[in-house]
Design a protein around this ligand. Structure first.
Ligand code: HEC
Length: 143
């Protein structure tokens, strides 16, 4: 009985250690994502992910302002592959590939950011969404 109790205690400690490790690395990723976002994205997409004013209305040149990344925007309508591609190659390359005739104001960050950086920024953006929205977007990733 005592051995069993000791084993249970050890198992409980192991669980807490794994959970704490996971929480720690996750919060480190979110911090990294928030820093990169502030440095590279906030001047267009807003410090609070709020986007530019009247972001649904294109300027005279037909270029749309930067949309919000919070739940009021449409970032969560897209799967991770599309979002990563948009950030890596920029809006124009992706729109051209899709045959969408539109000029994009979204620059390419493939030369500036590593894949892990882009993932961290996306994790940070997702952390601003309510659970309901996060679940809808996760479904678009096929789970
Ligand atoms: C120079 C301004 C500018 C900067 C800097 C910028 N963006 Fe954008 N971004 C835009 C504009 C404008 C659009 C909308 C036009 C379009 O969709 O092609 C956009 C669109 C996007 C989209 C796709 C639209 C959607 O559904 O949300 C994503 C994702 C995105 N940006 C992420 C980022 C990230 C991440 C960064 C920082 C690494 C960043 N952007 C930096 C201007 C910018």
């Amino acid at each position: 009985m005592r051995a069993r109790a000791k084993w249970l205690l050890a198992a409980a400690f192991a669980c807490v250690a794994v959970w704490a490790g996971w929480t720690y690395s996750r919060s480190a990723e979110l911090r990294h994502g928030a820093e990169l976002y502030a440095e590279h994205c906030a001047n267009c997409h807003g410090a609070q992910l709020e986007g530019q004013p009247d972001w649904q209305i294109a300027d005279e040149g037909g270029v749309l302002p930067a949309p919000p990344h919070d739940e009021s925007g449409h970032t969560w309508h897209h799967d991770d592959a599309m979002l990563t591609d948009y950030i890596r190659r920029g809006g124009q390359a992706v729109l051209d590939d899709m045959g969408v005739r539109m000029t994009s104001g979204m620059p390419a960050f493939g030369e500036v950011l590593e894949e892990g950086d882009i993932a961290a920024i996306l994790a940070f953006i997702k952390s601003s969404w309510p659970d309901r929205i996060r679940a809808v977007q996760a479904e678009r990733n096929g789970g």
